[in-house]
Design a protein around this ligand. Structure first.
Ligand code: WQD
Length: 338
């Protein structure tokens, strides 16, 4: 069965393509390479032996989206990763985020609504919860006012899909709310490739560990947490990728209970910034050079998932720990700097 993966050359997208191919799906990737590299195709092929079909398309060009679905009428499902995802950048360039993250979603949904049956997996984020009142966070936790245009595009994206599914029985969708993805494939063939200075913690840690960055700044240690640093749910990217395949198979097999479902995808365990640093030091045997600086505006104190629904209803559970994921992140960092 043919599956379209938009943003399939990206970090989570590429790992999901591998898991789809491992389960026998034929994959077509659409990516505009604005934040990824075509060489990732070789990495995927090195792992699975199969090079996915690839179309370099800017999904903001509506007619190109229409042409694609005309050409590939046998696509049974779409996993939609393609989006801009830098929180800080979204504050400076909101229209770029609304056009890229919302406009493209609408174009894809319009095409899927033309089909007799379509399955759609949406890359959402725990960002939609803002600072949740209760830990661990369940799917029915209130959606708070978004703290950034990026977070708003995830909230709006979910609403657009829900509204569309309400009037389109032929469209079956699942939104996966990721917590903090990290790590790299065990093969060392694919992993995170941040462009420029990493915004996210884990790539900054490994780049500091390998000497690419002088020092990691820890954004605040005066939070109301055991060690004063923020707590997050760091989920291994391969675990996350597998969740996408399981979610898609749920829709394709008609096991979904409604035509729009939402699942948290995390480990269910919270880890602090200092704990992440210590896990790096343990797996690498290196001391990490870091300093405590002021808080980063917009950061929430704590977020980790209640994974009961994903475990019981989706039948998915994270298998890897923070330390195991950090080990793969470190192996990857060393490989790409060779
Ligand atoms: C994690 C923790 C920082 C960098 C964001 C988005 C989320 C998703 C993942 C896209 C925080 C601290 C970080 C550094 C630090 N993005 N930190 N020094 O902010 O939880 O989530 O990225 O899907 O939607 O909101 O991830 O990795 O940026 O930060 O101390 O150099 O690490 O303060 O506490 P975040 P992060």
């Amino acid at each position: 069965m043919k599956v379209l993966v938009t943003g399939g050359l990206g970090f989570i997208g590429s790992h999901t393509v591998v898991e789809l191919q491992n389960k026998g799906f034929e994959v077509i990737i659409i990516d505009d390479c604005s934040n990824s590299d075509e060489n990732v195709l070789e990495g995927i092929k090195a792992i699975t032996g199969k090079k996915p079909l690839y179309e370099k398309i800017d999904l903001k060009e509506k007619h190109k989206v229409e042409d694609f679905f005309q050409c590939y009428q046998d696509v049974v499902g779409v996993i939609h990763f393609a989006a801009s995802k830098a929180v800080g950048e979204s504050v400076e360039k909101p229209l770029l985020y609304y056009e890229n993250n919302i406009g493209t979603l609408v174009y894809i949904l319009k095409e899927l609504c033309k089909k007799n049956k379509a399955s759609f997996i949406f890359s959402s984020s725990c960002t939609v919860y803002g600072q949740a009142d209760k830990m661990p966070i369940t799917e029915d936790a209130p959606i708070k006012v978004a703290e950034s245009p990026y977070g708003n595009t995830k909230q709006m994206g979910e609403e657009i899909i829900a509204d569309t599914c309400k009037v389109t029985p032929s469209l079956n969708a699942i939104a996966l709310r990721y917590f903090n993805p990290m790590g790299a494939h065990p093969s060392g063939e694919i992993g995170e490739l941040p462009i420029g200075v990493p915004q996210n913690l884990v790539p900054f840690i490994t780049q500091t560990g390998i000497g690419l960055r002088d020092q990691l700044s820890v954004f605040g240690d005066d939070y109301p947490t055991p060690d004063g640093t923020c707590i997050r749910d760091y989920i291994y990217v391969v675990d996350l990728a597998k969740a996408h395949v399981i979610a898609l198979e749920r829709l394709l097999s008609g096991k979904n209970e409604s035509n729009y479902e939402v699942f948290n995808v995390g480990t269910g365990t919270g880890s602090s910034v200092l704990e992440a640093i210590h896990s790096f030091e343990k797996v690498s045997g290196r001391k990490l050079n870091y300093k405590i600086v002021d808080r980063r505006p917009g950061d929430i104190t704590t977020a980790y998932a209640d994974t009961t629904k994903a475990n019981k209803v989706l039948g998915w559970k994270a298998e890897y720990t923070l330390e195991e994921a950090m080990n793969y992140a470190w192996i990857w960092e060393q490989k790409i700097r060779d």
